[in-house]
Ligand binder design. Structure first.
Ligand SMILES: C[S@@+](CC[C@H](N)C(=O)[O-])C[C@H]1O[C@@H](n2cnc3c(N)ncnc32)[C@H](O)[C@@H]1O
Length: 225
């Protein structure tokens, strides 16, 4: 199968949001403590977190409100948030510091490359992808992150009985996600279709915008066999 990013396709656009003073300050003073620079070798999660608790990756955390809340309520689990958007990274760095979240770290880089080079096989308990960029125009659909080739690379990194949890407010993307996941015999959807609202997930910023536009939220939960 053709490699999905050989033609330089990226699932994001780097927005040029202005940095608030808080975000700028957090980036300058907290990155060393809470960010993991992109590197061409595997991360040692045990060394980073000082324990071998389960590790969950979130791809595209945006401003990171939900990320920080989930990590805060689950101190017995470790979280890695991956995002390219600098203001969001600054914002989440400051939340990590305020809440003293020793179980959350950030990687500011394209997640496609992070999972390909930094994440060891069978090292993850779960993967969260909340409101991936929808790329709604037909001609842009190919830029969607959740596609067969990406999941093919992601699956070997997740432990048996681990999970992938994706949420979107775009109906045809939700259908695409179900179709993509259905093709993998290593995945089982315990709901058979969309999941009932998973009660522990806080609303995200992007979700609130979708709800204002009367978009229906669709959640997809898959277990790795
Ligand atoms: C629509 S926003 C949703 C943000 C957040 N999850 C929320 O629900 O508010 C999608 C986010 O994914 C990020 N993103 C998209 N593709 C990415 C990639 N390949 N690597 C890292 N981040 C990515 C974008 O920068 C953007 O912030």
């Amino acid at each position: 199968m053709q490699e999905y990013d050989k033609r330089g396709i990226r699932s994001y656009v780097l927005r040029t949001g202005r940095l608030s003073r808080l975000q700028k300050n957090a980036l300058e003073t907290l990155s060393d403590r809470y960010s993991i620079p992109f590197q061409n070798k595997h991360i040692n999660f045990e060394k980073i977190f000082g324990n071998n608790n389960p590790v969950i990756i979130e791809i595209g955390f945006g401003m990171g409100h939900a990320t920080a809340e989930i990590a805060d309520k689950n101190r017995h689990k470790n979280y890695i948030g991956i995002e390219v958007h600098t203001p969001g990274v600054g914002k989440l760095l400051s939340r990590i510091d305020i809440l003293n979240l020793s179980n959350l770290r950030i990687i500011q880089y394209d997640a496609v490359h992070v999972i390909r080079t930094m994440v060891p096989s069978g090292s993850l308990q779960g993967v969260h992808i909340f409101f991936p960029d929808p790329w709604p125009k037909k001609k842009h659909n190919k830029r969607r992150l959740i596609k067969h080739e990406f999941i093919e690379e992601l699956l070997p990194l997740i432990k048996k009985d681990g999970y992938i949890y994706a949420v979107t407010d775009w109906e045809d993307y939700a259908e695409q996600i179900l179709r993509v996941f259905n093709k993998f015999t290593e995945l089982k959807n315990p709901y058979g279709n969309y999941a009932d609202g998973i009660e522990w997930r806080p609303d995200t910023s992007f979700e609130k915008k979708g709800i204002k536009k009367n978009h229906k939220i669709r959640e997809i939960w898959e277990i790795v066999l």
